[in-house]
Design a protein around this ligand. Structure first.
Ligand SMILES: [Zn+2]
Length: 497
């Protein structure tokens, strides 16, 4: 690891890693030789069949796409960009009223935009672990974790070394692998650096810093052989700042631009009652958020030009979760599983732009790994929960099940989407299940659980089947020492619970 590596939090893996339980059979992307760190603590995996039948039935490609059929001649460079808390309906890719992402829109002209894409959870760690393992949250076990308590007891679920991550898979195929993280939940300490030859992290920093770290790879990227580069941008995560020159385009009033700028998530949450009754105030906060999105889009353009990332490379753009602006009474993310918190953008631009259009295949973040593998010309490894999104053409999209889970800080929620229906279960604190018709009610405002008893029963059955097919994996933990100052900084970012 180069000296540029800066870990914002201290940890000692050798003394604090432990497993919660042991199990038996493992299906899925598991390495054949378990790393010593896992063996030392007797870590093994307990998971059931990874493919639920409903996933295998999969979904149909309904939109008009001029997909070509040419095969991949050589493994392409692969660039994966994830943007923290980027909700799709605030980007130009998804017809937002502001042109917040003109660069992404340019890329999308020779790419495929998945109109209905979901995270696996509504906060960073489980969702990104799902991206890197192609497993739902329960099956990789990265469910809970806080970095907000000062002292040595900040316990965080860790991405187990048992899994062959996307980075490790590509490395095994001869890729040189590079990672840049600006979110402390996606760190070497929490297991997210596995598979990366070069991994730089500097937590809670914006795209200037992310680009600086990525730029430091420039000479090596130009070296021989294909590379895999992952960059995680943080800008749209709170605190929302007024980013110039975009904020001036979104609002002429200086006062309006600055009124809510720089407030922490707890400070914004304390003002939820204002945002509920005052649409202008809510809109002003969203303008700040939009300016952060535009800043990332601009940073991406700059970096791609600098690194020479072009049409010959594969690009994948997504997010770890969305962001709420009191649609269901909350701000931020990680609180529930409503659409604003779990929908993510998903754009694939394949080398040479050989497929383009918009796809209505219901997509999940677990599909990113197999879709990249297949598009790069590799056989998809066994045991992945997701599917190659480009192989789903013609199948019935209404059959595909999208499962969502949230288990954090004592809060436990489940949701399941199938066709137009979305079913919610709050397990802790317990509440009545709810049902929404996303076709007629995409904002999830009208609970139909009392009117649609047959659908409710079917959705519950669907959930039970999915749950039965995806048993829990007990992930190891890492204990992270957080300084008082770091804890305060993190609470300000909205990680306090
Ligand atoms: Zn996040």
């Amino acid at each position: 690891m180069k000296p540029l590596l800066r870990v914002a939090i201290d940890c000692n893996l050798s003394t604090c890693l432990f497993a919660r339980s042991a199990g038996s059979r493992v299906l899925g992307p598991r390495r054949s030789v378990v790393r010593s760190v896992s063996a030392a603590v007797g870590l093994s995996a307990a998971r059931g069949p990874i493919w639920a039948i409903s996933w295998a039935l999969a979904a149909g490609l309904l939109a008009a796409c001029n997909y070509g059929g040419d095969s991949v001649r050589r493994p392409p460079n692969i660039v994966l960009v994830t943007v923290d808390a980027l909700r799709p309906d605030h980007t130009s890719l998804y017809s937002y009223e502001r042109d917040t992402t003109p660069f992404l829109a340019e890329l999308a002209r020779t790419g495929v935009v998945f109109e209905t894409a979901y995270a696996s959870a509504s906060w960073t760690a489980p969702s990104m672990a799902s991206l890197f393992t192609s497993l739902p949250a329960r099956s990789h076990g990265v469910l809970d974790g806080f970095l907000t308590k000062a002292g040595p007891n900040a316990r965080h679920d860790m991405l187990s070394a048992d899994f062959v991550t996307l980075a490790e898979f590509l490395k095994s195929k001869g890729y040189r692998t590079f990672g840049v993280s600006t979110n402390g939940h996606l760190s070497q300490a929490t297991g997210f650096a596995q598979g990366f030859d070069h991994f730089l992290e500097d937590s809670w920093k914006d795209s200037d810093r992310a680009n600086e770290m990525a730029r430091s790879f420039a000479a090596e990227l130009r070296g021989g052989g294909p590379y895999f580069l992952w960059i995680h941008y943080f800008d749209p995560h709170s605190r929302y700042r007024a980013r110039s020159p975009w904020i001036e385009r979104y609002s002429e009033s200086k006062r309006d631009q600055q009124r809510w700028a720089g407030l922490s998530m707890p400070e914004l949450e304390r003002r939820v009652s204002i945002f509920k009754r005052d649409e202008a105030a809510r809109a002003a906060v969203m303008r700040l958020y939009d300016s952060e999105i535009a800043a990332v889009d601009s940073a991406m353009r700059e970096l791609f030009e600098e690194l020479g990332i072009d049409d010959g490379d594969m690009l994948v753009l997504s997010a770890d979760h969305g962001e709420a602006f009191v649609e269901h009474g909350r701000m931020g993310h990680g609180g529930d599983l409503f659409e604003e918190q779990v929908r993510i953008p998903l754009l694939f631009r394949l080398p040479g732009g050989r497929r383009s259009g918009r796809s209505r295949v219901p997509a999940s973040i677990v599909d990113v790994y197999p879709t990249i593998a297949a598009a790069a010309g590799f056989e998809i490894p066994e045991g992945l929960s997701g599917a190659d999104l480009f192989s789903m053409s013609g199948l019935n999209s209404s059959q595909r099940v999208i499962a969502l889970e949230l288990d954090r800080g004592g809060r436990s929620r489940r949701a399941l989407r199938k066709g137009k229906w979305k079913f919610h279960m709050n397990l802790r604190p317990v509440a009545q299940p709810r049902l929404y018709d996303l076709g007629a009610d995409p904002a999830e405002k009208h609970d139909l659980s009392g009117d649609e008893s047959e659908i409710m029963a079917a959705m519950r059955q669907e959930w039970d089947a999915w749950e039965g097919a995806h048993t829990l994996f007990e992930a190891p933990h890492v204990s992270i020492t957080v300084s008082k100052q770091q804890a305060e900084q993190l609470r300000a970012l909205g990680y306090a619970h």
